[in-house]
Design a protein. Structure first.
Length: 164
């Protein structure tokens, strides 16, 4: 099955000539505002972001995994899912413990693509594979054995400085 990673330009109403800001730059500006409180304590924080149409509306959602002490623990890092709304982004969910690889599965629940993430709870050495299914307002976890899907965030995915 072919996976379509739809690309869309999202504007935040930031003063700039039309088309001057890329989707990545718009998300970056949004994240800097969203996580502004973390700047003082974690100025060197980074994040990985990917775009994929999770709900089939032709517009890409953003999956964001920040990498800093505030967002990460022994079980993994937070994974934020944002959907475009009114020229900005709306948070769909914050998953507090997720690890790469993050996969988009071929299955759907309530119209949204299922995801798979690695989870380490309590610092255990062997990660569990968890399926994330959309429950109508966010994603909920279920145990998963084996995952075939398109890798969205790989373990070696590049990251971008959050506050620069």
């Amino acid at each position: 099955m072919a996976f379509r990673l739809a690309l869309t330009a999202i504007t935040l109403g930031i003063a700039a000539p039309a088309g001057a800001q890329s989707r990545d730059d718009n998300l970056h500006a949004f994240l800097q505002l969203t996580f502004a409180d973390a700047r003082a304590e974690w100025p060197e924080g980074t994040y990985t972001a990917v775009f994929a149409d999770l709900n089939g509306d032709g517009r890409s959602e953003a999956l964001v995994m920040p990498h800093a002490g505030l967002f990460c623990g022994s079980g993994g890092c937070a994974l934020y899912i944002y959907t475009p709304q009114d020229g900005s982004w709306r948070q769909v969910d914050e998953l507090t413990v997720a690890g790469a690889p993050v996969r988009m599965l071929p299955t759907r629940t309530r119209g949204w693509r299922d995801l798979a993430v690695q989870v380490r709870s309590g610092g255990m050495d062997l990660p569990r594979l968890m399926r994330l299914r959309f429950n109508g307002s966010g994603y909920s976890e279920a145990r998963l054995r084996g995952a075939r899907g398109h890798v969205l965030i790989a373990e070696s995915a590049p990251s971008r400085p959050l506050f620069r």
